[in-house]
Design a protein around this ligand. Structure first.
Ligand code: G1P
Length: 275
């Protein structure tokens, strides 16, 4: 069973400036809950109770969010307002939170490598909290943890995107095995639409086997001059052991303003208003 999930949360959130000038982008709320808490709830639901955060400068609010706020607890205890603390209390009761700081922004691959000291030598999940995933049944990471039991290799979540948007994503090509599951043979980070091997884009949910760390160490910087997780996964794919999975559920790109607004409307109408 996979018990740890890595959260790379060191990014700047440039697209949301000035909101993200002194506040981590992962703390932006979708209605009344920060993005990163949705991710943590998804990890805990998948049995990954140890949430390992790769943070950076200016991200202390994330550490504070996953800790008791004694004054607040004291003020609210016994009042009708306790209900507002329910979801975060649940998370704190069920999760363990560990943190390490990424000192330099050298890409997602580098962030994952920075998390090695927190996840050790076991397979682990990864959630990019910019990608908010919502499903009526089991969450996306839960679905992937189930698949891991069968394949025992790294798994990426994928979604079909319009061909002219593939340059925003890691893109895969592979052999379809059964409903929505592919054995990956090619992966490219942010390809030109003309060169992309397909329109199957990686979204921010992964299960990684720990050999990925040594591979990342040997992976030179790629797209945007950054160490790319996709490039390291391509090395694993050549060894025959990366699966791609078309997940069940909806995904919102909360790293962009339109996706963020869409998620806000969706959560308000379908979750928040229904209590
Ligand atoms: C990262 C990954 C990319 C993936 C995307 C999903 O890119 O590098 O492969 O498709 O997340 O959101 P970023 O969005 O950080 O540029």
């Amino acid at each position: 069973m996979i018990t740890k999930c890595l959260f790379p949360v060191a990014g700047y959130g440039t697209r949301f400036l000035p909101a993200t000038k002194s506040m981590p982008k992962e703390m932006l709320p979708i209605v009344n809950k920060p993005l990163v808490q949705y991710g943590v709830e998804e990890a805990i639901e998948a049995g990954m109770n140890t949430c390992a955060m790769v943070t950076g400068r200016g991200k202390r609010a994330i550490a504070d969010h996953f800790d008791i706020n004694f004054e607040l607890e004291h003020q609210i205890a016994g009042s009708g307002k306790e209900v507002y603390l329910e979801s975060i209390r649940n998370v704190l009761d069920n999760g363990i939170f560990t943190m390490v700081r990424q000192r330099e922004m050298k890409g997602l691959g580098h962030a994952i490598l920075t998390g090695q000291s927190l996840v050790g030598n076991d397979p682990f999940g990864v959630i990019l909290s910019d990608d908010l995933c919502i499903n009526d049944g089991p969450g996306v990471l839960s679905q992937m943890a189930e698949l891991y039991k069968q394949f025992r290799c790294s798994i990426v979540a994928i979604q079909e995107v319009p061909k002219d948007e593939v340059n925003k994503y890691g893109v895969i090509a592979g052999e379809p095995l059964k409903d929505g599951i592919y054995r990956v043979d090619e992966m490219v980070e942010k390809p030109d639409p003309a060169d992309a091997p397909s329109n199957l884009a990686i979204i921010g949910r992964y299960i990684l086997t720990p050999d990925i760390f040594d591979i990342i160490r040997d992976t030179p910087p790629g797209a945007n001059g950054e160490v790319q997780l996709t490039d390291a996964l391509q090395t694993q794919a050549k060894q025959g052991c990366v699966m791609a999975y078309k997940f069940k559920g909806r995904r919102f790109d909360c790293g962009s303003v339109p996706g963020f607004v869409e998620a806000t409307n969706y959560v308000y109408e379908n979750i928040y208003s229904k209590g």
